[in-house]
Design a protein around this ligand. Structure first.
Ligand code: ZN
Ligand code: ZN
Length: 295
């Protein structure tokens, strides 16, 4: 039994006054000793919340009380690590920064369940699978045969779609961590004339919990202090990346602790310690280094 749970959730739903809700929500979370990040916008909610079983249950019931969140889907993972140390509730213009302001969620693609995706692979169906995440996420882990765009921000998605123009009549499957990016990514593709687009229900998170050691290769990048989930136990499916320093297969990564650099580096645990969480000797010598992890 793990000590803690992390729940990830989102929902596109009209929130009339996100500012007021954010204030209420933050004080409720602090009172109930929950940690994590919650984003609110007029278009909905997106969050990851961390705590022990009891606190997480309480949080879920709290959200369920709002009619607009009564059917929200919480994806859960268990951990012994501290995933978040603070609670943030922020109001934003979008619950995920996409820049896809003219894309209508009414056009979002139908969803494939993990079972259906598994069957696509097992039946060797003719399909193109596209990672809607950033290069450093897909470097650490990806679906088998996936196209992994070398983008650094989701706002670059239109460029990716343009590069896929030759596949307009193919079956396309998009995926991301928990599904939220694909809601708009897939809608955008359909608006650009792609005829047969699907997204994965609940994203990678949902798939790897049901079918580890199958068609997901490597680790899964997460945006919290765990940094990566490693769902696979089969040696040949554990890693898709290598340590920047020693070349050993790893799914771990760091942000260089020189705050003026902050570059993402794929780096094994040993080399992370040896290099003091820095990408180079120059960064290690910097006077503007992050303080966390040392204390
Ligand atoms: Zn290494
Ligand atoms: Zn650096």
């Amino acid at each position: 039994m793990s000590k803690y749970k992390i729940i990830s959730f989102y929902k596109y739903v009209t929130i009339v006054d996100p500012e007021t809700l954010a204030k209420e929500h933050l004080s409720w979370c602090i009172e109930n000793e929950l940690k994590g990040k919650v984003y609110l916008a007029e278009e909905g909610i997106n969050g990851s919340v961390f705590g022990d079983d009891k606190k997480i249950e309480k949080y879920k019931n709290h959200l369920y009380q709002y009619p607009m969140f009564a059917d929200i889907w919480f994806k859960e993972t268990s951990t012994d690590e501290i995933a978040f140390t603070k609670m943030h509730v922020r109001v934003k213009s979008e619950i995920v920064n996409s820049g896809l302001v003219n894309t209508s969620l009414a056009h979002t693609a139908p969803k494939l369940t993990p079972e259906q995706l598994l069957k696509f692979y097992e039946d060797e169906k003719d399909f193109i699978i596209v990672d809607a995440r950033n290069w450093y996420e897909s470097k650490i882990g990806k679906f088998k045969n996936a196209i992994t765009p070398q983008i650094t921000h989701f706002r670059e998605w239109p460029k990716v779609v343009e590069s896929l123009n030759q596949y307009k009549d193919k079956t396309i499957i998009t995926y991301c961590t928990g599904g939220i990016r694909c809601e708009k990514a897939s809608a955008y593709m359909r608006e650009q004339g792609f005829n047969n687009v699907y997204q994965i229900d609940g994203g990678i998170l949902n798939y790897i919990q049901k079918f580890p050691d199958t068609y997901w290769e490597g680790g899964m990048f997460v945006f919290d202090d765990r940094r990566v989930l490693e769902p696979n136990t089969k040696e040949e499916l554990k890693y898709t990346a290598n340590c920047h320093f020693c070349g050993k297969p790893t799914a771990y990564h760091i942000n260089c602790h020189n705050l003026d650099c902050d570059k993402i580096i794929i780096c094994c645990h040993e080399c992370k310690t040896i290099n003091e969480y820095c990408c180079s000797d120059k960064c290690r010598a910097s006077l503007n280094k992050r303080k966390s992890f040392y204390g």
